[in-house]
Design a protein around this ligand. Structure first.
Ligand SMILES: C[S@@+](CC[C@H](N)C(=O)[O-])C[C@H]1O[C@@H](n2cnc3c(N)ncnc32)[C@H](O)[C@@H]1O
Length: 250
C-alpha cells in the first residue's frame, strides 16, 4: 500500500511543483508578465543597456530545472539599505545570481567585493556581459567575482558576508548553504547577514542555532516582494551602525 502511495505522492508533488510540467509554464507566463510590467516601470535594462529583465526557464542541465527571474531593482535597494551596515568591509554574495541584476545594484554600494554564484553557464555568460556593460557614475564597487558553479560547493572568503537570495533553490540546497555558512563562521567568526527575498523556506534559517531574524519587509500579498533578514552576531541588528547608502539617497 505504501509503495502505491509514494508514487502517487510524487505525482501530486510534481503537479504542485512550480517548475513542473503542469504549473511550470503557468508560473513562467505569470513571471514573464510581472517582469514585463516591472521593467516598464523601472526601465532598468533600458537605462543601463543590460539584459536582466526577461525570465529564463532552463531544463538543459544538472541538477535539472532552473528558473531565472530578476529581483525588482527598487526592492534590491530597499533590502540593502535595510541592512544598515557599513558595506565596505562586507562581501556581497548573490547565491543564484542569474543574469546579475542584484550584483549590478549592489555595486551602487561600497561593498568590499561582489560575488555572483550561478549554476547555469548561459545565465553566467549573460551576467558577465552585463557587468561589462554596467558603468554608471554612481557605481561604488567594481570588484566583481562571477562563478559558474553550484552554491553548495562555494567556499566563503574571509570577509564578513551579506548573502542575497531571491527564491533561488529548494529546501535541500538551502539547508546545505546554511550548514556551510555555519561551518565557515565557526572556523572564522565574523558578521554575516542573509537577506532572503520570497522566503519560502524561512524555517531553515529559523532552525539555525547561530542565526536570528533582524528585519522583515514587503507586503504579504506580493510574496515575491517579501523579504527577511537574518544575522549572526549579537551586535548585528545594525541600529547603531552607519547605514549602507547609495549616492544621492539622502
Ligand atoms: C530567481 S533567480 C534570482 C536571480 C538573481 N539573484 C536576482 O535577484 O536577480 C534564481 C537563480 O538561482 C540559480 N540557481 C538555482 N539553483 C542553484 C544552485 N544550486 N547553484 C547556483 N545557482 C542556482 C538559478 O539558475 C537562477 O538563475
Amino acid at each position: 500500500m505504501s509503495a502505491l502511495r509514494r508514487p502517487l505522492t510524487d505525482v501530486v508533488r510534481g503537479w504542485l511543483d512550480l517548475n513542473g510540467p503542469l504549473l511550470g509554464p503557468a508560473f513562467y507566463l505569470f513571471e514573464s508578465v510581472r517582469s514585463y510590467i516591472e521593467e516598464r516601470k523601472e526601465a532598468f535594462d533600458a537605462r543601463f543597456g543590460t539584459d536582466t529583465a526577461a525570465p529564463v526557464l532552463g531544463r538543459d542541465q544538472r541538477p535539472g530545472v532552473y528558473f531565472y527571474v530578476a529581483t525588482t531593482a527598487s526592492l534590491i535597494y530597499e533590502v540593502i539599505e535595510a541592512l544598515a551596515l557599513p558595506p565596505d568591509v562586507f562581501a556581497f554574495v548573490d547565491m543564484g545570481s542569474g543574469k546579475g541584476r542584484a550584483l549590478l545594484v549592489a555595486s551602487e554600494f561600497a561593498f568590499a567585493k561582489i560575488v555572483g554564484i550561478e549554476l547555469s553557464p548561459q545565465l553566467h555568460r549573460i551576467a558577465q556581459n552585463n557587468v561589462k556593460r554596467y558603468s554608471p557614475q554612481t557605481q561604488q564597487c567594481t570588484d566583481f567575482d562571477l562563478r559558474c558553479m553550484n552554491v553548495v560547493d562555494y567556499a566563503y572568503g574571509p570577509e564578513p558576508l551579506v548573502l542575497f537570495l531571491f527564491d533561488p533553490f529548494d529546501r535541500e540546497t538551502l539547508e546545505s548553504v546554511v550548514s556551510n555558512l555555519e561551518a565557515s563562521l565557526r572556523e572564522n567568526p565574523r558578521d554575516a547577514y542573509i537577506a532572503y527575498v520570497y522566503p519560502q523556506f524561512e524555517d531553515v534559517l529559523q532552525a539555525s542555532p547561530i542565526l536570528r531574524k533582524v528585519q522583515e519587509g514587503g507586503p504579504r500579498w506580493r510574496p515575491w516582494s517579501r523579504y527577511v533578514v537574518y544575522a549572526t552576531s549579537p551586535g548585528s541588528d545594525g541600529a547603531a551602525k552607519t547605514a549602507a547608502q547609495r549616492p544621492g539617497s539622502g
